[in-house]
Design a protein around this ligand. Structure first.
Ligand code: HEC
Ligand code: HEC
Length: 212
């Protein structure tokens, strides 16, 4: 609960800062919807600068979740799954193998079952395996992360609706909020994330400009 309060307090002050900058810059009037914390700039269509700001603002909560260790540990840009909040390489020399399911002596599902094991502490969800290399996100900045995410050549042919669907329902994604043991669950709560994700998708899934 208090985590959620802190989150929205931070979000509110970020929004307040942006509103302040926009009005000082005379970019145009902005409407702030208290309801879901999104900033709607009325000058959006006319002002290129403000739409760039919108893109980073809309994508940033999505990026924050993709970068959570619970997600990132399965989305490396090399062949090693990671473990823990410090993202250390998976112990036992586990590697992706040809089908993302590990090698003969280290098949993911030999240890990872359909649910978290209370007994051994091994995390689990149906079809536990590593995200393909094309879906590797580790170390990407917001612009690149966003471009990779929406690229159908890389994301398994998903359009924006399918991406939202995946992040709303996929068991490996949902596992991030109930990771078992003393693992840190993904924040914010899943329903709030889906709202933020939908706000970005509804705006046409804009990607932030590449950092200068
Ligand atoms: C156990 C490993 C695992 C975990 C944990 C995991 N993923 Fe994935 N992810 C995968 C695999 C495997 C695929 C490919 C699945 C497919 O193509 O159907 C994938 C695909 C995706 C895709 C679509 C591909 C793309 O690049 O757009 C998205 C989005 C995604 N995951 C988001 C997440 C998020 C968000 C989390 C954390 C809340 C997460 N994943 C946690 C294994 C994982
Ligand atoms: C020999 C058993 C074993 C095999 C095989 C195995 N794992 Fe694991 N895995 C574990 C154990 C045990 C943990 C928990 C370690 C911990 O919490 O300290 C773990 C944790 C993880 C985590 C960390 C979750 C997190 O966010 O902390 C990921 C991701 C993961 N495994 C992916 C895989 C993938 C992908 C494969 C197959 C390519 C695989 N594992 C194969 C035993 C195994």
């Amino acid at each position: 609960m208090s985590r959620q309060r802190t989150y929205s307090a931070v979000a509110m002050s970020v929004v307040a800062a942006i509103v302040a900058v926009l009005s000082i810059g005379g970019v145009g009037q902005s409407l702030f919807s208290e309801h879901d914390g999104t900033l709607i700039s009325t000058a959006k269509a006319a002002e290129k600068n403000s739409s760039v700001a919108d893109a980073s603002q809309l994508f940033s909560p999505v990026a924050a979740v993709l970068r959570h260790p619970r997600c990132m540990n399965c989305h490396p840009r090399d062949d090693r799954p990671r473990q823990g909040d410090d993202r250390h390489p998976h112990l036992q020399n586990i590697v992706r193998g040809e089908d993302e399911m590990g090698f003969v002596n280290g098949r993911c599902t030999a240890c990872h079952r359909d649910e978290n094991s209370q007994h051994s502490g091994v995390p689990g969800a149906p079809t536990w395996h590593l995200a393909p290399l094309s879906m590797g996100w580790q170390g990407l900045g917001d612009a690149e992360l966003c471009a990779t995410l929406i690229d159908k050549e890389k994301n398994g042919g998903k359009d924006i609706a399918a991406l939202v669907e995946h992040m709303t329902k996929d068991p490996l994604v949902l596992w991030g909020w109930t990771p078992g043991g003393d693992r840190t669950p993904v924040t914010p709560p899943h329903p709030q994330f889906v709202k933020e994700l939908t706000a970005w998708a509804d705006a046409g899934a804009p990607c932030p400009a590449t950092a200068k």
